[in-house]
Design a protein around this ligand. Structure first.
Ligand code: ZN
Length: 143
């Protein structure tokens, strides 16, 4: 008899599908076969309302204060996805949000550098509007 898929559904019951040969999960829970699984479910009409695989509620927050920590989250999520612990849709959302966060984290240091540069050049203002006005009109050597 074939081994059963090791995945537990959200309701605590085990997935009843047979595991694939040489893999611990069935075709429906294999992240690399999500598209095929979707087709197979559609064809067979099985388990249409499968909920997304997510991490347990008690999973600790990952600090996301700098690009290294965000990279850490991405690395961890990629491995969870590969192990089938994270639904590809969740991993997709994590990737999307992480890329926004990376952009925001990189913006901060850039603004600091710009403001130091402006101070050095003596063109800094206190508000972005003031800064913009200075930058547009009084860049040394521009006229
Ligand atoms: Zn399964």
């Amino acid at each position: 008899m074939a081994k059963k898929c090791r995945v537990r559904k959200k309701n605590g019951k085990r997935c009843e599908a047979d595991a694939q040969h040489g893999k611990p999960v069935c075709v429906f829970h294999d992240p690399s076969k999500v598209a095929e699984g979707t087709r197979a479910r559609r064809a067979g009409g099985i388990n249409r309302n499968r909920s997304a695989a997510v991490l347990p509620r008690e999973t600790a927050d990952i600090p996301l204060r700098n690009t290294q920590e965000v990279s850490g989250l991405l690395g961890e999520s990629i491995n969870q996805l590969r192990r089938g612990q994270l639904d590809p849709r969740v991993a997709n959302a994590v990737g999307y949000l992480a890329s926004i966060l990376l952009g925001a984290l990189q913006q901060g240091p850039l603004e600091d550098r710009l403001s130091r540069l402006e101070t050095t050049l003596g063109i800094g203002g206190n508000t972005p509007k003031e800064r913009a006005a200075h930058v547009n009109t009084t860049i040394p050597g521009s006229n």
